[in-house]
Design a protein around this ligand. Structure first.
Ligand code: PEP
Ligand code: MN
Length: 293
Protein backbone atom coordinates (compact mmCIF):
# COMPACT_ATOMS: atom_id res chain seq x y z
CA UNK A 1 0.00 0.00 0.00
CA UNK A 2 1.11 3.55 -0.72
CA UNK A 3 3.05 4.82 2.26
CA UNK A 4 1.33 8.18 2.33
CA UNK A 5 -2.12 6.66 2.55
CA UNK A 6 -0.90 4.14 5.01
CA UNK A 7 0.29 6.98 7.22
CA UNK A 8 -2.76 9.12 6.56
CA UNK A 9 -5.13 6.43 7.75
CA UNK A 10 -3.15 4.85 10.54
CA UNK A 11 -4.84 7.24 13.02
CA UNK A 12 -8.16 5.61 12.14
CA UNK A 13 -6.86 2.42 13.65
CA UNK A 14 -10.27 0.84 14.34
CA UNK A 15 -11.48 1.12 10.75
CA UNK A 16 -8.27 1.12 8.67
CA UNK A 17 -6.98 -2.12 7.23
CA UNK A 18 -4.11 -3.54 9.26
CA UNK A 19 -1.97 -6.65 9.25
CA UNK A 20 -4.07 -7.99 12.13
CA UNK A 21 -7.45 -7.13 10.62
CA UNK A 22 -7.98 -6.90 6.89
CA UNK A 23 -11.77 -7.04 6.80
CA UNK A 24 -14.80 -6.69 9.01
CA UNK A 25 -17.91 -8.70 8.28
CA UNK A 26 -20.99 -6.79 9.39
CA UNK A 27 -23.76 -9.09 10.55
CA UNK A 28 -27.37 -8.00 10.07
CA UNK A 29 -29.53 -10.85 11.40
CA UNK A 30 -28.39 -13.83 9.31
CA UNK A 31 -26.99 -11.59 6.55
CA UNK A 32 -23.27 -10.96 6.20
CA UNK A 33 -22.15 -7.70 4.58
CA UNK A 34 -18.51 -7.68 3.52
CA UNK A 35 -18.40 -11.45 2.97
CA UNK A 36 -18.83 -13.29 -0.33
CA UNK A 37 -22.41 -12.24 -1.09
CA UNK A 38 -23.49 -9.06 -2.85
CA UNK A 39 -26.19 -7.67 -0.57
CA UNK A 40 -28.94 -5.54 -2.06
CA UNK A 41 -31.05 -3.22 0.11
CA UNK A 42 -34.11 -1.79 -1.62
CA UNK A 43 -37.35 0.01 -0.91
CA UNK A 44 -38.96 3.40 -0.98
CA UNK A 45 -37.17 6.61 -0.08
CA UNK A 46 -39.85 7.22 2.57
CA UNK A 47 -42.43 5.00 4.22
CA UNK A 48 -45.74 6.52 3.05
CA UNK A 49 -48.47 3.98 3.80
CA UNK A 50 -49.01 0.33 4.74
CA UNK A 51 -50.01 -0.58 1.21
CA UNK A 52 -47.02 1.15 -0.39
CA UNK A 53 -44.54 -0.46 2.01
CA UNK A 54 -45.98 -4.00 1.97
CA UNK A 55 -46.24 -4.11 -1.81
CA UNK A 56 -42.69 -2.85 -2.17
CA UNK A 57 -41.31 -5.23 0.45
CA UNK A 58 -42.86 -8.23 -1.31
CA UNK A 59 -41.66 -7.11 -4.73
CA UNK A 60 -38.05 -6.44 -3.69
CA UNK A 61 -37.84 -9.66 -1.67
CA UNK A 62 -39.07 -11.68 -4.67
CA UNK A 63 -36.42 -10.03 -6.85
CA UNK A 64 -33.58 -10.95 -4.46
CA UNK A 65 -33.16 -8.01 -2.08
CA UNK A 66 -32.21 -9.03 1.47
CA UNK A 67 -32.81 -5.75 3.31
CA UNK A 68 -35.78 -3.37 3.10
CA UNK A 69 -35.00 0.35 3.12
CA UNK A 70 -37.51 3.06 3.99
CA UNK A 71 -37.19 6.34 5.84
CA UNK A 72 -39.56 7.07 8.70
CA UNK A 73 -37.59 10.20 9.63
CA UNK A 74 -36.61 12.15 6.52
CA UNK A 75 -34.01 14.92 6.37
CA UNK A 76 -35.34 16.78 3.31
CA UNK A 77 -33.57 19.45 1.32
CA UNK A 78 -36.67 21.64 1.77
CA UNK A 79 -38.27 22.17 5.20
CA UNK A 80 -41.65 22.28 3.40
CA UNK A 81 -41.31 18.74 2.00
CA UNK A 82 -42.74 15.59 3.62
CA UNK A 83 -40.64 14.86 6.73
CA UNK A 84 -41.64 11.21 7.22
CA UNK A 85 -44.23 9.27 9.24
CA UNK A 86 -42.12 8.91 12.38
CA UNK A 87 -43.05 6.10 14.78
CA UNK A 88 -46.02 5.04 12.63
CA UNK A 89 -43.53 4.46 9.80
CA UNK A 90 -41.27 2.42 12.09
CA UNK A 91 -44.23 0.20 13.00
CA UNK A 92 -44.96 -0.41 9.34
CA UNK A 93 -41.34 -1.39 8.77
CA UNK A 94 -41.62 -3.92 11.58
CA UNK A 95 -44.76 -5.31 10.00
CA UNK A 96 -43.03 -5.63 6.63
CA UNK A 97 -40.15 -7.49 8.27
CA UNK A 98 -42.61 -9.92 9.86
CA UNK A 99 -44.39 -10.48 6.54
CA UNK A 100 -41.31 -10.95 4.32
CA UNK A 101 -38.34 -11.86 6.53
CA UNK A 102 -36.40 -8.90 5.13
CA UNK A 103 -34.12 -7.06 7.55
CA UNK A 104 -34.77 -3.33 7.97
CA UNK A 105 -32.50 -0.35 7.33
CA UNK A 106 -33.87 3.06 8.28
CA UNK A 107 -32.43 6.47 9.01
CA UNK A 108 -31.68 7.91 12.42
CA UNK A 109 -31.24 11.68 12.49
CA UNK A 110 -30.52 12.45 16.11
CA UNK A 111 -28.68 10.91 19.04
CA UNK A 112 -31.87 11.14 21.08
CA UNK A 113 -33.68 8.83 18.64
CA UNK A 114 -31.07 6.07 18.63
CA UNK A 115 -32.70 3.86 21.29
CA UNK A 116 -36.16 4.21 19.74
CA UNK A 117 -35.02 3.43 16.19
CA UNK A 118 -32.83 0.54 17.36
CA UNK A 119 -36.03 -1.17 18.57
CA UNK A 120 -37.22 -1.37 14.95
CA UNK A 121 -34.11 -1.33 12.77
CA UNK A 122 -31.61 -4.09 11.99
CA UNK A 123 -29.22 -1.56 10.44
CA UNK A 124 -29.13 2.12 11.48
CA UNK A 125 -28.69 4.51 8.55
CA UNK A 126 -26.73 7.73 9.00
CA UNK A 127 -27.69 10.00 6.13
CA UNK A 128 -25.29 12.10 4.11
CA UNK A 129 -26.41 15.26 5.94
CA UNK A 130 -25.60 13.70 9.31
CA UNK A 131 -22.17 12.23 8.56
CA UNK A 132 -20.46 14.76 10.80
CA UNK A 133 -23.08 14.83 13.57
CA UNK A 134 -20.65 13.62 16.19
CA UNK A 135 -23.16 13.33 19.04
CA UNK A 136 -25.25 11.03 16.80
CA UNK A 137 -22.14 9.03 15.86
CA UNK A 138 -21.17 8.71 19.52
CA UNK A 139 -24.65 7.48 20.44
CA UNK A 140 -24.47 4.92 17.62
CA UNK A 141 -21.11 3.82 18.95
CA UNK A 142 -22.80 2.93 22.22
CA UNK A 143 -25.65 1.02 20.58
CA UNK A 144 -25.70 -2.67 19.71
CA UNK A 145 -27.09 -2.28 16.21
CA UNK A 146 -24.87 -2.16 13.08
CA UNK A 147 -24.56 1.17 11.27
CA UNK A 148 -24.77 2.19 7.61
CA UNK A 149 -22.69 5.37 7.31
CA UNK A 150 -23.34 7.41 4.18
CA UNK A 151 -20.69 9.72 2.78
CA UNK A 152 -21.47 13.40 3.27
CA UNK A 153 -22.42 15.54 0.28
CA UNK A 154 -19.01 17.19 0.24
CA UNK A 155 -16.96 14.85 2.40
CA UNK A 156 -13.58 13.41 1.47
CA UNK A 157 -12.94 9.72 2.04
CA UNK A 158 -10.66 10.68 4.89
CA UNK A 159 -13.55 12.53 6.55
CA UNK A 160 -15.84 9.54 5.99
CA UNK A 161 -13.34 7.27 7.71
CA UNK A 162 -12.91 9.79 10.51
CA UNK A 163 -16.66 9.59 11.17
CA UNK A 164 -16.49 5.79 11.10
CA UNK A 165 -13.68 5.94 13.63
CA UNK A 166 -15.88 8.05 15.95
CA UNK A 167 -18.52 5.29 15.94
CA UNK A 168 -15.90 2.57 16.38
CA UNK A 169 -14.06 4.27 19.24
CA UNK A 170 -17.34 4.55 21.13
CA UNK A 171 -17.71 0.78 21.03
CA UNK A 172 -19.41 -0.25 17.77
CA UNK A 173 -17.22 -1.60 14.97
CA UNK A 174 -20.09 -3.01 12.91
CA UNK A 175 -20.08 -0.28 10.27
CA UNK A 176 -20.88 -0.36 6.54
CA UNK A 177 -19.66 2.56 4.41
CA UNK A 178 -21.81 3.94 1.58
CA UNK A 179 -20.78 5.95 -1.48
CA UNK A 180 -23.87 7.90 -2.59
CA UNK A 181 -22.43 10.52 -4.89
CA UNK A 182 -20.80 13.82 -4.02
CA UNK A 183 -21.35 17.43 -5.03
CA UNK A 184 -19.24 18.58 -7.94
CA UNK A 185 -19.64 21.19 -10.68
CA UNK A 186 -21.52 18.60 -12.78
CA UNK A 187 -25.28 19.10 -12.96
CA UNK A 188 -26.33 16.37 -15.41
CA UNK A 189 -26.68 14.00 -12.47
CA UNK A 190 -27.99 14.85 -9.00
CA UNK A 191 -24.61 14.00 -7.52
CA UNK A 192 -21.37 12.64 -9.00
CA UNK A 193 -20.91 8.97 -8.24
CA UNK A 194 -17.30 8.67 -7.10
CA UNK A 195 -16.81 5.15 -8.31
CA UNK A 196 -13.12 5.19 -7.34
CA UNK A 197 -14.24 5.55 -3.73
CA UNK A 198 -15.08 1.84 -3.72
CA UNK A 199 -11.65 0.38 -4.53
CA UNK A 200 -9.92 3.12 -2.54
CA UNK A 201 -11.98 2.41 0.58
CA UNK A 202 -11.62 -1.35 0.07
CA UNK A 203 -7.85 -0.85 -0.09
CA UNK A 204 -7.36 1.34 2.96
CA UNK A 205 -10.26 0.28 5.17
CA UNK A 206 -11.39 -2.99 6.66
CA UNK A 207 -15.06 -2.00 6.45
CA UNK A 208 -17.57 -3.18 3.82
CA UNK A 209 -18.52 -0.63 1.15
CA UNK A 210 -21.85 -0.37 -0.64
CA UNK A 211 -23.09 2.02 -3.34
CA UNK A 212 -26.30 4.04 -3.55
CA UNK A 213 -26.83 4.60 -7.28
CA UNK A 214 -30.23 6.25 -6.70
CA UNK A 215 -29.07 9.38 -4.86
CA UNK A 216 -26.00 9.59 -7.10
CA UNK A 217 -28.02 9.52 -10.34
CA UNK A 218 -31.15 11.42 -9.32
CA UNK A 219 -32.88 9.86 -12.31
CA UNK A 220 -34.10 6.27 -12.53
CA UNK A 221 -32.81 5.47 -16.02
CA UNK A 222 -29.19 5.70 -14.83
CA UNK A 223 -29.61 3.55 -11.73
CA UNK A 224 -29.14 0.05 -13.26
CA UNK A 225 -25.96 0.96 -15.13
CA UNK A 226 -24.42 2.59 -12.04
CA UNK A 227 -25.37 -0.53 -10.08
CA UNK A 228 -23.36 -2.59 -12.56
CA UNK A 229 -20.41 -0.26 -12.17
CA UNK A 230 -20.60 -0.75 -8.40
CA UNK A 231 -20.48 -4.52 -8.79
CA UNK A 232 -17.58 -4.40 -11.23
CA UNK A 233 -15.38 -2.29 -8.94
CA UNK A 234 -15.93 -4.68 -6.04
CA UNK A 235 -18.68 -3.14 -3.90
CA UNK A 236 -20.22 -5.32 -1.21
CA UNK A 237 -23.76 -4.36 -2.15
CA UNK A 238 -26.24 -1.66 -3.09
CA UNK A 239 -28.98 0.46 -1.57
CA UNK A 240 -31.62 1.30 -4.19
CA UNK A 241 -34.90 3.23 -4.15
CA UNK A 242 -37.97 1.36 -5.43
CA UNK A 243 -41.61 2.52 -5.39
CA UNK A 244 -44.91 0.99 -6.62
CA UNK A 245 -45.79 4.24 -8.44
CA UNK A 246 -42.67 6.43 -8.60
CA UNK A 247 -44.50 9.34 -10.19
CA UNK A 248 -46.69 9.62 -7.09
CA UNK A 249 -43.89 9.18 -4.54
CA UNK A 250 -43.72 11.72 -1.73
CA UNK A 251 -39.95 11.87 -2.02
CA UNK A 252 -37.32 11.00 -4.62
CA UNK A 253 -39.80 9.62 -7.17
CA UNK A 254 -37.65 10.62 -10.16
CA UNK A 255 -34.86 8.32 -9.05
CA UNK A 256 -37.03 5.43 -7.81
CA UNK A 257 -37.32 2.25 -9.88
CA UNK A 258 -40.62 0.54 -10.61
CA UNK A 259 -40.93 -3.09 -9.50
CA UNK A 260 -40.30 -4.26 -13.04
CA UNK A 261 -37.23 -2.09 -13.44
CA UNK A 262 -35.86 -3.40 -10.15
CA UNK A 263 -36.47 -7.02 -11.18
CA UNK A 264 -34.68 -6.41 -14.48
CA UNK A 265 -31.82 -4.64 -12.75
CA UNK A 266 -31.31 -7.60 -10.42
CA UNK A 267 -31.41 -10.13 -13.27
CA UNK A 268 -29.03 -8.08 -15.42
CA UNK A 269 -26.50 -7.76 -12.59
CA UNK A 270 -25.66 -11.46 -12.62
CA UNK A 271 -22.71 -11.45 -15.11
CA UNK A 272 -21.20 -8.42 -13.35
CA UNK A 273 -21.16 -10.18 -10.02
CA UNK A 274 -18.61 -12.66 -11.37
CA UNK A 275 -16.34 -9.74 -12.28
CA UNK A 276 -16.84 -8.32 -8.80
CA UNK A 277 -14.97 -11.25 -7.29
CA UNK A 278 -11.95 -10.34 -9.43
CA UNK A 279 -12.10 -6.71 -8.27
CA UNK A 280 -12.20 -7.81 -4.65
CA UNK A 281 -9.10 -9.92 -5.21
CA UNK A 282 -7.31 -6.97 -6.79
CA UNK A 283 -8.10 -4.23 -4.28
CA UNK A 284 -5.63 -5.25 -1.57
CA UNK A 285 -2.80 -4.65 -4.04
CA UNK A 286 -3.94 -1.25 -5.26
CA UNK A 287 -1.78 1.80 -4.75
CA UNK A 288 -3.81 4.93 -4.20
CA UNK A 289 -3.06 8.64 -4.27
CA UNK A 290 0.17 7.89 -6.06
CA UNK A 291 0.67 11.10 -8.06
CA UNK A 292 -0.34 14.64 -8.94
CA UNK A 293 -1.82 16.14 -12.12
C1 PEP B 1 -32.02 8.44 1.60
O1 PEP B 1 -31.39 7.38 1.66
O2 PEP B 1 -33.23 8.53 1.28
C2 PEP B 1 -31.27 9.70 1.79
C3 PEP B 1 -31.85 10.78 2.29
O3 PEP B 1 -30.01 9.60 1.39
P1 PEP B 1 -28.77 10.61 1.59
O4 PEP B 1 -28.62 10.77 3.05
O5 PEP B 1 -27.63 9.86 0.94
O6 PEP B 1 -29.11 11.87 0.86
MN1 MN C 1 -34.18 9.31 -0.94
Amino acid sequence: MNARWNGQFSCFDLVAKSDECSRTIVTVGDIEIGGDDFIVMAGPCAVESERQLMQTAEAVAAAGARILRGGAYKPRSSPYSFQGMGVAGLKLLRKAREATGLAIVTEVMSGEDVDLIAEYADLMQVGARSMENYSLLQALGRCECPVLLKRGLAATLEELLRSAQVIAMNGNQQIVLCERGIRTFETATRNTLDIAAVPVLKTVSRLPVIVDPSHAAGVRSLVPILARAAAVVGADGLIVEVHPAPDQAMSDGEQSLTFEQFRNMMADLQPYLAIREDAQRLSPQLVVNGGTD
